[in-house]
Write a new protein. Structure first.
Length: 167
């Protein structure tokens, strides 16, 4: 059994652990909030994977992904080194690696799905940053608003702040 119980969480969700590991993970889940949250996230991802929309990858995808995997540097699996909160991400990667190893022929689809989830997260983060920037400008003490009626009937409002050097 792995020395790092946390890395088994992904495999546990996909029922890719043996009885001893399952018992160990379930015992661990009773005392680790972080891993319980992770189980929820993995279940969500797994249920999205089970969605019919993802079950039929285009022909050749598996070969091209596996070819890319062969020439792509892999993320090292970090074992031990706990207390800090940072390793959370690498535990995710370790768990992802465990799931990929367990998934066998489903590997290519899973790798693509992982990338999709990461991309969506990046898009969401970018949108959040932009919204925060807009709110910051609107809340700035020196915010200036300018309205302009367009020839076709529309209206544009520009807000800018010298203090924030942004608009
Ligand atoms: Zn844990």
């Amino acid at each position: 059994m792995s020395a790092d119980i946390h890395s088994l969480v992904g495999a546990y969700v996909l029922d890719a652990v043996d009885d001893l590991e399952r018992a160990a993970v379930e015992r661990h889940l009773r005392e680790c909030d972080e891993c319980r949250v992770e189980v929820g996230e993995w279940r969500e991802t797994a249920s999205r994977l089970a969605d019919g929309a993802w079950s039929v990858p285009p022909p050749g995808l598996r070969d091209s992904v596996l070819a890319a995997v062969a020439t792509t540097r892999q993320v090292p699996v970090v074992v031990a080194q706990r207390p800090s909160r940072r390793p959370h991400r690498s535990r995710w990667m370790a768990a992802a690696a465990a799931v990929v190893a367990a998934a066998g022929t489903g590997t290519a689809v899973f790798v693509v799905q992982e990338q999709r989830v990461r991309d969506e997260r990046t898009v969401a983060e970018t949108a959040r940053d932009q919204e925060a920037e807009v709110r910051g400008v609107l809340a700035a003490p020196d915010v200036v608003l300018r309205d302009q009626v367009l020839a076709d009937g529309g209206k544009v409002t520009v807000a800018y702040s010298r203090l924030r050097d942004s608009g």
